[in-house]
Design a protein around this ligand. Structure first.
Ligand code: 13P
Length: 254
């Protein structure tokens, strides 16, 4: 069975003080009711990895993740953060392939494959994002587009490495727009993704791969989304910046 995961993507928001405050409030609420079967991953900006990770130590099933890592192993790449650096801080998760990185930083599938390779070789699980821009959905090419994103990246891994990967389906048009995909649209995509994983790596790997949905998930729509077949949790942007709302989302998965 795939693990249920709720991951927060804080993106480039907040300073250190407000990040700690948000974490403090989140942990306080979580400690009242914490389902250890649901993994909670807070993907925070690089400068706060250590301090937020320290705060989370001791709370069951809560981990800190990064939002990016370099496609290079090490060397003269000013400003970059390597998977080895993340590993040395004890980080176990990293978001790779978010559409904001693809759009604003021109990250290609080729570069993303290298980022995935760098992270799995350090035993860090990539939360690998895929998702179609609206134009491809309108042309009814959304399935082909997303499956191709996976074929050019994570599906090139060997079976052992792939088992570290978490997939997050985030239709680009649903991110930060307040417009979630419909239940039917989400299910169609998640089923197609799992089927493709099965074709490549077999049924046991496909059953054990967590496939998250992201894009305008909030405390009101979360429960319905998490009940959709083949949805194993969510990658939450805006709504993860409010402790109570994020906890409500975390508690929406059973
Ligand atoms: P929103 O939840 O703000 O739509 O963002 C989704 C997202 O991009 C998570 O990675």
């Amino acid at each position: 069975m795939a693990q249920n995961i709720i991951a927060a993507n804080w993106k480039m928001n907040n300073d250190e003080y407000s990040s700690k405050k948000l974490t403090y409030e989140f942990l306080k609420l979580l400690n009242r009711k914490n389902n250890p079967k649901t993994l909670k991953v807070l993907c925070v900006p690089h400068p706060f990895l250590l301090s937020i990770d320290n705060m989370c130590t001791g709370t069951e099933s809560v981990f800190v993740g990064a939002q990016n890592c370099s496609s290079f192993k090490q060397g003269s790449f000013t400003g970059e953060v390597s998977a080895l650096m993340l590993k040395s801080l004890g980080i176990k998760y990293v978001i790779i392939g978010h559409s904001e990185r693809r759009d604003f930083f021109s990250e290609t599938n080729e570069e993303l494959l290298n980022k995935v390779l760098r992270s799995v070789e350090r035993n860090i699980s990539p939360i690998f994002c895929c998702g179609e821009p609206l134009i491809f959905r309108n042309k009814n090419n959304h399935l082909e587009y997303v499956i191709n994103q996976l074929k050019e990246t994570v599906l090139k891994l060997n079976k052992e490495s792939f088992q570290k990967v978490i997939i997050a389906y985030e239709p680009v048009w649903a991110i930060g727009s307040g417009k979630t995909a419909s239940n039917k649209e989400i299910e169609e995509m998640h089923v197609a993704i799992r089927k493709t994983i099965k074709q490549k790596f077999g049924s046991s790997v496909s059953k054990n791969t967590s496939i998250l949905y992201g894009g305008s998930v909030n405390a009101i729509n979360a429960k319905e989304i998490f009940e959709i077949h083949d949805v194993d949790g969510g990658l939450i942007g805006g709504a993860s910046l409010q402790a109570q709302e994020f906890i409500d989302i975390v508690n929406s998965i059973s």
